[in-house]
Design a protein around this ligand. Structure first.
Ligand code: SF4
Length: 322
């Protein structure tokens, strides 16, 4: 791709200090993100996948400065996001919005649909009442809702309609980047497809850029141009979506994809079942963090950490044997 990245993340680290009791020997450090670098190009959908607790949501929140990283650098169109303060940061935040997993909890139950969508415009734009009403109606139309929804409260809507309102609200300030944090995982399967289609249409119409965070590889495959797979705070594989699904190179990605792939008719399902639970990010394993569950682990994996290295054009894998 010829464009410069819209977002560049370099060596990002986010550790949380947890208060500890005397049994645990004092404060502990939770390693949510450790040395993650990635780029998101204009108009691209980057899928960020991994099991719950792998750090993907924290990474999305660091991009929006909802949490401050411990170390590393984030730039948005070459502007150093972590150096911005006050009005400059507020202006840049208008260009980056987030849609959360649970639409009901992200919308105020006291606000009608009109107010939910109008609120960012009232805060950041000087519009007449007529302009505001027209803009809210236009935004609702873009997400497939009509005037009949304007006076309803979130609890009077279905989950899918609530998520449409959340998307309309996120689009109100005409952002360039949307961080979509598990935007469909609280919805029924049939509604999930509608929301994914809506997001794909909006992206095409408005030239939006998405960071699509999900534990559901099936959903990510459908909408993403590129994919980053995360395990226990680290990226383990990155590359074009099609290439990763055709031939995953990291054992963790292989296991995730085997869980959603349907075999050819008549063929046996070749599912890789990972044994054991994800280790605690408070005390990640030495060497390769995946070695406690990896079916291919060898002695070297327990002591030597693999680096994320290029294995072919546009693809990187963190495994000694990829
Ligand atoms: Fe598995 Fe070893 Fe590769 Fe880690 S480095 S993914 S433990 S084979």
């Amino acid at each position: 791709m010829n464009h410069a990245p819209l977002v560049r993340v370099e060596s990002l680290v986010k550790h949380f200090r947890l208060p500890g009791g005397w049994l645990s020997g004092g404060a502990q450090i939770l390693h949510a993100i450790d040395d993650v670098s990635l780029e998101i190009y204009p108009g691209q959908v980057l899928g960020l996948v991994g099991e719950s607790g792998c750090g993907k949501t924290t990474l999305g929140r660091c991009l929006l400065r909802l949490v401050d990283p411990t170390a590393g650098r984030i730039t948005f169109e070459e502007r150093d996001l972590l150096a911005l303060k006050g009005a400059e940061l507020r202006r840049l935040r208008e260009e980056m919005q987030i849609v959360f997993q649970s639409p009901l909890s992200s919308l105020s139950p006291r606000f009608k649909v009109f107010d939910c969508v109008a609120e960012p415009l009232q805060t950041h734009r000087r519009l007449t009442r007529a302009e505001l009403e027209s803009r809210v109606r236009e935004l609702l139309e873009q997400v497939g809702l009509g005037r009949q929804h304007l006076d309803r409260y979130p609890h009077e809507l279905s989950g899918g309609q609530c998520q449409r309102v959340a998307v309309a609200r996120a689009l109100a300030l005409s952002p360039r980047l949307l961080v979509l944090d598990e935007p469909t995982s609280a919805l029924d399967v049939s509604v999930q497809a509608q929301i994914i289609n809506l997001l794909a249409e909006l992206r095409a119409q408005r030239g939006l850029t998405y960071l699509f965070i999900s534990h559901d590889l099936g959903v990510v495959q459908y909408i993403s141009d590129r994919i980053c797979v995360m395990y226990l705070g680290k990226l383990v594989e990155t590359g074009p979506s099609d290439a990763i699904f055709d031939a995953p190179r990291h054992p963790y990605t292989q296991a995730l994809i085997s869980a959603i792939s349907l075999p050819e008719p008549g063929a046996a399902r070749n599912r890789i079942v990972l044994k054991g639970a994800v280790p605690s990010p408070v005390n990640p394993p030495p060497g390769c963090r995946f070695h406690t569950r990896c079916p291919l682990a060898q002695a070297r994996c327990r002591v030597e950490e693999p680096t994320l290295r290029s294995v072919e054009k546009g693809r990187m894998v963190a495994c000694h044997f990829a």
